[in-house]
Design a protein around this ligand. Structure first.
Ligand SMILES: Cc1cc2nc3c(=O)[nH]c(=O)nc-3n(C[C@H](O)[C@H](O)[C@H](O)COP(=O)(O)OP(=O)(O)OC[C@H]3O[C@@H](n4cnc5c(N)ncnc54)[C@H](O)[C@@H]3O)c2cc1C
Length: 425
């Protein structure tokens, strides 16, 4: 039986190669170059649409650990990335043309892969299919996914607010409570007029990313915090920083909302932003209690299609409506090149398991990939946002370990879990 892989980007190419290397026949659908997305420039498979960096290779960094896990599990794309590496310190940066050309050559020369250069407009549910059309999925297909998964379960863009680790906060400068009610789901950082003024000045003068034209049109529906600030000194106090709903004479209040069940991560409410990453760290650390904040995710605003995974998929990346349909890559609710490759790898392996009638794989929570997938499938927020690999996603048990040796303990567990898993691949 043939497997359909839809989308020849990072996750789809990885998934197709995993299947083909196990001897399964794949039809890989890719609409480029006949029809392109707003960001791709070539007809190559696995084109990197922006930066040429796949992040750190050190296991001190969560993406470094995710890379190590994926390489151990046999990621073809990361193997090629290592061959196309250009000097960039601890980061894995690649010659992007060499990288996507090498992958294209591998895909096109593989006897088990048939390439169909066409836009898929709707999904059939017969056979095994991996859907990997990414953040810029074509509009016609999106409309059909809308009907298939329901309007509330598919998002068209992300408006990402930063997330900080709770343990990096100075809680002596904050208090727990929700507006007009009691709840420890929020940490509130009150500001005096002087603190607010300093923050406001920093924000309106900070450097911003220049948005793509296709990103710009979404701004009105969900304004970046710096855009609100630029509308006047008090604008944020009538928006996300309103002090209303709390006792006390506060000039403004920044709210941080619990992001995961474990309560180890908190999101800055209403802080979607297009400031550069360095500016975000500098300016947001002006908020009382955040002076030493550890940013586990930084903010951004992008056109980005993704599904509400908690309603749609299981930890095997199979959809709940059809076990022979898998979702991989950014569409699954993860964010980033390596995250997309890693989920493509898992979807490819699990599709091969279905075809050979063997048990599917669920990654242990002691791994970075397992923690990331657990987060996206467990996230019950009505408005979830895409997630990158980060150590704040680790299981709560690791937070009982002193911080100085915690990552080391997690890396050790990850290596044990991955080496055990390799026997089952
Ligand atoms: C503008 C932009 C910049 C980004 N920059 C970065 C960055 O610097 N670093 C980072 O880590 N992440 C970045 N990302 C996020 C993300 O990691 C990448 O987009 C990544 O390529 C996602 O992998 P994917 O496989 O899910 O999708 P993609 O790699 O985009 O692959 C999806 C493929 O599906 C094809 N396709 C779409 N619809 C159809 C259809 N109907 N029929 C057939 N084919 C179709 C597309 O042509 C594409 O080749 C960026 C995202 C965007 C949108």
């Amino acid at each position: 039986m043939k497997v359909n892989v839809i989308g020849g980007g990072l996750s789809g190419s990885e998934a197709a190669l995993q299947l083909a290397n196990r001897g399964f026949d794949v039809v890989l659908f890719e609409m480029r170059p006949g029809k392109s997305t707003e960001a791709h420039k070539t007809g190559n498979f696995a084109e990197l649409v922006c930066s040429n960096s796949l992040g750190s290779v050190s296991t001190d960094d969560a993406r470094g650990l995710l890379k190590e896990e994926s390489i151990s599990l046999g990621s073809v794309l990361l193997d090629i990335a290592m061959d196309c590496r250009v000097p960039a310190g601890k980061a894995l940066a690649v010659d992007r043309i060499k990288f996507s050309s090498a992958i294209s050559k591998l895909v096109l020369s593989n006897p088990h892969i048939t390439v169909a250069r066409e836009e898929v407009k709707s999904l059939g549910l017969e056979g095994v299919t991996i859907l990997a059309t990414g953040p810029l999925t074509s509009e016609t297909l999106l409309n059909s996914l809308f009907k298939m998964f329901g309007e509330d379960n598919l998002f068209f863009y992300d408006a990402i607010s930063p997330i900080v680790s709770k343990e990096s906060l100075d809680l002596s400068k904050t208090f727990y409570g929700a507006r007009y009610s009691q709840s420890d789901d929020y940490i509130n950082a009150p500001m005096s007029r002087e603190q607010y003024s300093l923050f406001y000045e920093g924000l309106i003068n900070a450097e911003r990313h220049v948005p793509h034209d296709f990103d710009r049109k979404f701004f009105e529906s969900c304004l970046p915090i710096e855009e609100i600030a630029s509308r006047g000194f008090d604008a944020m106090r009538y928006g996300p920083l309103t002090p209303k709903g709390f006792n006390g004479n506060h000039f403004a209040i920044v709210q941080l909302r619990r992001e995961n069940k474990e309560g180890t991560l908190y999101e800055l409410v209403g802080f979607q932003t297009s400031l550069t990453y360095e500016e975000q760290k500098k300016i947001f650390r002006l908020i009382p209690g955040l002076q030493n904040a550890e940013f586990m995710r930084l903010g951004s605003i992008h056109k980005n299609a993704f599904l509400k995974s908690s309603k749609i998929i299981a930890k095997t990346l199979q959809t709940k409506i059809a076990k022979n349909l898998f979702i991989a890559g950014q569409l699954s609710g993860v964010e980033g090149y390596v995250e997309s490759i890693a989920t493509g790898l898992l979807a490819g392996v699990n599709a091969s398991k279905i075809l050979s009638g063997r048990a599917l794989i669920e990654l242990s929570e002691n791994t970075m990939l397992g923690s990331l997938i657990r987060f996206i499938v467990d996230n019950e927020l009505s408005n979830p946002q895409p997630m990158r690999a980060n150590f704040g996603l680790m299981s709560k048990v690791f937070f009982d370990i002193p911080k100085a040796v915690r990552k080391e303990a997690f890396v050790k567990k990850s290596r044990e879990a991955i080496s055990k898993l390799k026997e089952a691949l």
